[in-house]
Design a protein around this ligand. Structure first.
Ligand code: NAD
Ligand code: LMR
Length: 342
C-alpha cells in the first residue's frame, strides 16, 4: 500500500492513510475551492482516507472534471461535484468537516494581506453558507490572509448565531510541516521523530516556531535559531518566488491540510490522543486569536495547550512580543470588515 508519511503526531493517521477498499468510518468532507491548486491535490489526499464516505467538491468553475477524474479511484468515498453559488448549499448538507482553500494566491512582491480585498468577501460568503447548512461542522480556513480570514469567519458565524469557537480553525499546519522538515535537515534527525510547535499567526513574523520546544530535545546555536526561524517565517515567500507568478504553495499545503483533516476525523471518531497546532480563538495571550497546540476531540477543541508558551527563551519571548501588534491589526481588520457587512 502507498503510504503518506505525516509528521509524528499524525502517526496514527499514517496507519489509516493508505489505499483501502474498507471504509473505517463514514464522515462527510467538503472542499470549497476544490478545482484550485490546493483544492485538487487536497481532494486526492482526502480521497485516499478510509475515514471518509462522502467527498463533496465545490468551486465556481472547473470542478466537474476534477470530480469525474477523482471518482475513478477505488477508495471508499463517493465524490460529488457542485458548481456555483446555486449548488453551494447542497455541497454542505450533513458535512462533518469543511475545508476552505478558495481564493486568490500571492504573486512575487505581495504580502498575504494584499489578498484581503478579494479573499475576505469569498470567505464571508462561503462561511455564511456553512452557517446555513452545516453549522456543527469543523471549519478549516486555508484562504489567506489567515490572520484576518479566521476572525472574519468567527464574526459571520456570530451574526448567524451559530459560532462555536471550538470548531473554527485557521490551518497553520504547513508552518509545522516546514519547521519539522527544516529542523530535521539542519540537525540530521530522522524526520518521523521531529516535532516543532509553531505559534502566533500565519504571516511573516507572526509565524513563531518554538525551537526550544522541539521534540526530541535538540540544541541549537543562536545563529541556527535565527536562521531557522527566518527560513520558516519566509518559507511561503520562498515558494511564491520560485513559482515566479504561477501562485504559492499548493502541494505542501495540500499535504499539510490533509494531515489536519485526518487529525480532525480521528478526533471525531473518538481518538483521545490528537494534538495539532492551529490558529484559533484563544485566551493564551491577550490576543483574541492565536495559533498554538490544541487537543482535538469529538466536539472540536478540548483544550489549548499553554505549556508551549511557558519557559520560552529570551529570543522566543522577544519574538512573541514583537508579533503581537501585527497580529492584533490583522485580527481587527477582519473583525471590522465582517461587522460592516451587517
Ligand atoms: P488557486 O487560484 O489555484 O485556487 C483557488 C480556487 O478557488 C480556484 O479554483 C477558484 O475558482 C476558487 N474560488 C475562487 N472564488 C471562489 C468562491 N467564491 N467559491 C469557491 N471557490 C472559489 O489558489 P491556491 O493556490 O489553491 O490557493 C488558495 C488560497 O490558499 C490562497 O488564498 C492562498 O493564499 C491560500 N494558501 C494558504 C496557505 C496556508 O498555509 N493557510 C498555504 C497556501 C495557500
Ligand atoms: C504559505 O505559507 O505558503 C501560504 O500562506 C501561501 C503564501 O502566500 O505564502
Amino acid at each position: 500500500a502507498l503510504r503518506a508519511s505525516f509528521a509524528p503526531r499524525a502517526q496514527k493517521a499514517n496507519q489509516n492513510f493508505q489505499y483501502s477498499l474498507q471504509p473505517q468510518a463514514a464522515f462527510k468532507v467538503a472542499v470549497l475551492g476544490a478545482a484550485g491548486g490546493i483544492g485538487q491535490s487536497l481532494a486526492l489526499l482526502i480521497k485516499m482516507s478510509p475515514l471518509v464516505s462522502s467527498l463533496n467538491l465545490y468551486d465556481i468553475e472547473n470542478v466537474k472534471g476534477v470530480a469525474a477524474d477523482l471518482s475513478h479511484c477505488n477508495t471508499p468515498s463517493q465524490v460529488q461535484d457542485f458548481t456555483g453559488a446555486s449548488e453551494l448549499g447542497n455541497s454542505l448538507k450533513g458535512v462533518n468537516v469543511v475545508v476552505i482553500p478558495a481564493g486568490v494566491p500571492r504573486k512575487p512582491g505581495m504580502t498575504r494581506d494584499d489578498l484581503f480585498n478579494i479573499n475576505a468577501g469569498i470567505v464571508r460568503d462561503l462561511v455564511t453558507a456553512v452557517a446555513d447548512n452545516c453549522p456543527d461542522a469543523f471549519i478549516h480556513i486555508i484562504s489567506n490572509p489567515v490572520n484576518s480570514t479566521v476572525p472574519i469567519a468567527a464574526e459571520i458565524l456570530k451574526q448567524k448565531g451559530v459560532y462555536d469557537p471550538k470548531k473554527l480553525f485557521g490551518v497553520s499546519t504547513l508552518d509545522v510541516v516546514r519547521a519539522n522538515t527544516f529542523v530535521a535537515q539542519k540537525k540530521n534527525l530522522k524526520l518521523i521523530d521531529v516535532d516543532v510547535p509553531v505559534v502566533g499567526g500565519h504571516a511573516g513574523i507572526t509565524i513563531l516556531p518554538l525551537l526550544s520546544k522541539t521534540k526530541p530535545s535538540v540544541s541549537f546555536t543562536d545563529g541556527e535559531i535565527h536562521e531557522l526561524t527566518v527560513r520558516i517565517q519566509n518559507a511561503g515567500t520562498e515558494v511564491v518566488e520560485a513559482k515566479a507568478g504561477a501562485g504559492s504553495a499548493t502541494l505542501s499545503m495540500a499535504y499539510a491540510a490533509a494531515r489536519f483533516v485526518e487529525s480532525s476525523l480521528r478526533a471525531l471518531d473518538g481518538d483521545g490522543d490528537v494534538y495539532e497546532c492551529s490558529y484559533v480563538q484563544s485566551d493564551l495571550t491577550e490576543l483574541p486569536f492565536f495559533a498554538s497546540r490544541v487537543k482535538l476531540g469529538r466536539n472540536g477543541i478540548e483544550a489549548l495547550i499553554p505549556s508551549d508558551l511557558q519557559g520560552l527563551t529570551e529570543y522566543e519571548q522577544k519574538s512573541l512580543e514583537a508579533l503581537k501588534p501585527e497580529l492584533k491589526v490583522s485580527i481587527e481588520k477582519g473583525v471590522t470588515f465582517a461587522q460592516k457587512q451587517t
